[in-house]
Write a protein that binds this ligand. Structure first.
Ligand SMILES: NC(=O)c1ccc[n+]([C@@H]2O[C@H](COP(=O)([O-])OP(=O)(O)OC[C@H]3O[C@@H](n4cnc5c(N)ncnc54)[C@H](O)[C@@H]3O)[C@@H](O)[C@H]2O)c1
Length: 264
């Protein structure tokens, strides 16, 4: 029996086989968790359906959800509440900024609208999911998990306004953890190293970020969605019952390094 047997999770953020959310779903399913999924739009439904089938999950538990819409978020929990009497886990693996925000200099690229959209989709949506999901999660040893990146702490070229959105997301993790702890809900984030996914492909110079990560990391490689998924499974399970409000790095150690002398 897996260490998540009996748990029920909602995973938000599957877009492809390479999505970090896919790695998380694979680990959750392996550990015996029942999973409901959302999909951002109809174009992604067939991919999410295939994943749910592959993981032997109930394909009646797939819900449309653009996190920019409070109505769609509310509809997810209304529909889920008809199928499940409670919810143990929400995974938020969502990030977005308009493409032109993720290239060139910070001052050159940033706009009021770019700032608004990136923070709305990438950070506020975690609080929105917590607000809407609370009635189903309260009092169940529940957990929420978000996906962040080191650019919340240090300036990373091209990441620009998304770095600000990730800083907001990390602060949101701490405020949610403080507020929801007394209700039995833990809230954590994983700070993943660079992984080639659809979202990452939109970041200017992403290939250079990958090769820098390989050089800088003590493990001398990048990480996989499977590795992030395994850590996510631990953090969302009762094995991590004493951990809340934390940002856990899964980046082959890259964040501990101040510099690399390797210029190849
Ligand atoms: N890939 C990396 O290098 C990396 C590193 C650290 C953190 N992250 C974070 O991991 C998370 C998942 O990204 P990924 O790399 O797996 O890429 P991905 O493209 O596979 O996933 C991004 C997800 O965000 C969803 N999304 C975007 N806008 C949305 C909206 N308005 N409503 C609902 N869903 C929306 C997309 O549908 C997609 O499922 C993001 O928060 C990302 O910032 C990624």
């Amino acid at each position: 029996m897996g260490f998540m047997a009996g748990k029920k999770a909602l995973i938000v953020g599957v877009a492809s086989e390479r999505s970090i959310a896919t790695g998380i779903a694979v680990a959750f399913a392996r550990e015996g968790c029942d999973i409901a999924f959302t999909y951002q739009n109809e174009k992604l439904l067939s991919r999410v359906t295939k994943l749910a089938e592959r993981l032997h999950q109930n394909t009646d538990l797939l819900f449309p959800c653009d996190v920019a819409s409070d109505d769609e978020i509310d509809a997810v929990f209304a529909a889920l509440g008809k199928k499940w009497d409670g919810l143990d886990i929400i995974v938020h693996s969502v990030g977005y900024a308009p493409r032109e925000q993720l290239a060139g200099g910070f001052v050159e690229s940033i706009t009021r609208e770019g700032y608004r959209i990136s923070h709305d989709i990438s950070a506020y949506s975690l609080a929105a999911l917590a607000k809407a999901g609370l009635p189903m999660m309260e009092g169940r040893n529940a957990a929420m998990l978000a996906m962040t990146y080191y650019a919340a702490e240090k300036a990373v070229p091209s990441y620009n306004v998304m770095g600000l959105a990730k800083a907001s997301l990390e602060a949101c993790v701490r405020f949610l953890a403080a507020d929801l702890g007394p209700k039995g809900i833990r809230v954590n984030a994983i700070s993943a190293g660079a992984i080639k996914t659809l979202a990452a492909a939109g970041i200017g110079g992403f290939r250079k970020m990958l090769s820098y990560a390989r050089k800088a990391a003590p493990l001398q490689r990048t990480v996989t969605t499977e590795e992030v998924g395994n850590t996510a499974a631990f953090l969302c399970s009762d094995l991590a019952s004493g951990i809340t409000g934390e940002i856990t790095f899964v980046d082959a150690g890259a964040n501990i390094m101040a510099m690399t002398l390797d210029d190849t």
